[in-house]
Design a protein around this ligand. Structure first.
Ligand SMILES: NC(=O)c1ccc[n+]([C@@H]2O[C@H](COP(=O)([O-])OP(=O)(O)OC[C@H]3O[C@@H](n4cnc5c(N)ncnc54)[C@H](OP(=O)(O)O)[C@@H]3O)[C@@H](O)[C@H]2O)c1
Length: 328
């Protein structure tokens, strides 16, 4: 099969189109013929070894010194089951599915095997494969941090980076929990985030939102533009600062310090739970969650998609089509 391989860390030009063996499903796995996948901020970071501040030396022994230990990037897919292991009962060849191998990656390929009990769910009817393939990276991250921050009805929530993959899911799902959402993005994305449910929008290019003490119960920071020291005064007592693009300093700040009046810092990797995939599919089917797709690229044009994601300005997600019909 064709796969996109990242043999060493670097710019989009390091990516290579290669022939690799088609994986055989184990007894408890289904094999998915991939019709669409995505290039996420996670793929872009991994390809470029652009680890959060202070995390480089910690990350490389686990993720690879000179290049990614898993050289086929890509965290999520949508496609058709084309083979099943002997123990499979829930899926049959021909089923349309979406899956989120997440940090295990390996999705930028024509086939990907996934455990039946793992992060896989039937694709919602009426949702394109392209949209289904962009739902989980931002969606699962949002579900995790909303849960950990215990966002409750009436909470005043600030989402910094509201127009990104994680931010666009956070805005919608925080609203669904009954929170009042203020979104931070640039002016060109104001209508988008209002359409997702934000009641107030702040343009980060023209407005300094650091001068509003005690305004929020929860701040979700998906950009890395606000430090813990800046964020804590904006929180009410017992508020939560959720540093999703956290560097080492934010991680250390989770330990706590005197004088915070119960304000907490939450940081670290999101837990990728298999049940999130079905949950996200249900939220789409129920009309609560709408995947935001910025644009689509052909599989053999994936380097251009990486270059765009590298800008840090995409809206929602970028889909990669292995079959042009996956767009609709
Ligand atoms: N902790 C975890 O487990 C975890 C999981 C997933 C992702 N992440 C991290 O979370 C971060 C966000 O991921 P993502 O995929 O959502 O990123 P993304 O889609 O690339 O975010 C792009 C968005 O950020 C906005 N933006 C850029 N600068 C901004 C600023 N100064 N203020 C407000 N908005 C700004 C842009 O909007 P404008 O163009 O309008 O400015 C753009 O729409 C990444 O650092 C990623 O590595 C962490």
């Amino acid at each position: 099969m064709k796969a996109i391989v990242c043999p060493r860390y670097g710019g989009p030009e390091v990516l290579e189109f290669r022939d690799v063996p088609i994986p055989e499903p184990k007894a408890d796995e289904v094999r998915v013929k991939v019709l669409a996948t995505s290039v996420t901020s996670g793929d872009s970071r991994m390809r470029a070894a652009r680890f959060p501040p202070g995390m480089g030396l910690i990350a490389r022994p686990f993720l690879g010194w000179r290049g990614p230990r898993q050289p086929i990037l890509g965290t999520e897919i949508a496609g058709i089951v084309d083979a099943v292991g002997v123990g499979i009962t829930r899926y049959r060849p021909g089923d349309a599915v979406m899956a989120f191998p997440g940090g295990k990656m390996g999705c930028h390929a024509e086939y990907r095997c996934v455990a039946e009990s793992g992060p896989i769910a039937p694709k919602p009817d009426g949702l394109s494969f392209a949209k289904a393939a962009t739902l989980c990276f931002g969606g699962s991250t949002a579900l995790h941090f909303l849960e950990v921050a215990a966002v409750a009805p009436g909470d005043r929530v600030l989402v910094i980076g509201a127009s990104g993959a994680v931010g666009s899911a956070l805005v919608q799902l925080a609203r669904h929990r009954g929170a009042h959402v203020t979104a931070v993005c640039s002016a060109r994305n104001a209508d988008l985030v209002r359409g997702l449910g934000a009641e107030a929008v702040i343009d980060h290019a023209t407005t300094d939102f650091r001068g509003d003490p005690g305004a929020y119960d929860v701040i979700f920071e998906t950009v890395g533009s606000m430090t813990t020291r800046d964020a804590l005064p904006l929180l009410r007592p017992h508020g939560r600062f959720v540093a999703i693009a956290a560097g080492l300093r934010d991680m250390l700040a989770t330990i706590g310090a005197p004088g915070r009046q119960g304000r907490r810092v939450i940081a670290g990797p999101a837990t990728e739970r298999p049940e999130h995939v079905q949950q996200l599919a249900d939220l789409v089917t129920g009309g609560t969650l709408r995947p935001v797709v910025d644009g689509t690229y052909a599989f053999d044009d994936i380097a251009a998609a990486h270059a765009y994601v590298d800008t840090g300005r995409k809206r929602g997600s970028v889909a990669i089509l292995l079959d042009p019909a996956a767009r609709d």
